[in-house]
Design a protein around this ligand. Sequence first.
Ligand code: AMP
Ligand code: ZN
Length: 141
Amino acid sequence: MKEDCIFCKIAAGEIPCFKVYEDDLVLSFLDIGPVVAGHTLVIPKRHYRNLLDVPAEALSGISRRLPMLARAVISVVQAPACHLLLNNGVEAMQSVQHLHYHILPRRQGDGFGVPWPAGRLEATTARQMAAEIAAAVAKAH
Ligand code: AMP
Ligand code: ZN
């Protein structure tokens, strides 16, 4: 447990939450500031900063629970779809530095939108970029 981490405190039962699911590995509870109805969080009970910090085995355990939780959430709010959103790092809108997935139920006309200012991929830049990333992946393997 990380002393100054609010999600560690929730996982330890020191701070209350509106719990929807709990097992040995994860805890799921309603987001205190819902951006859509049913906005739910899924966290590992152990402290990991984010996706870049979590061991593969723990991540696969967390990931395996997501479809079941997402299905339950969207069925209750009667939404046909959802985002599973994971913010990694402060610059990527991560405000709580303890790994968490957002389950965001979506339906047509719900008024929620993720800004997506799509650009246009240019072939020369793309070739270079893809090669650099492929080399970085090969190094990390
Ligand atoms: P993020 O910006 O991805 O780090 O998301 C953190 C989320 O945690 C936000 O949507 C907050 O509303 C939510 N949050 C912060 N504190 C609590 C809390 N005590 N109980 C439930 N949700 C919380
Ligand atoms: Zn934590």
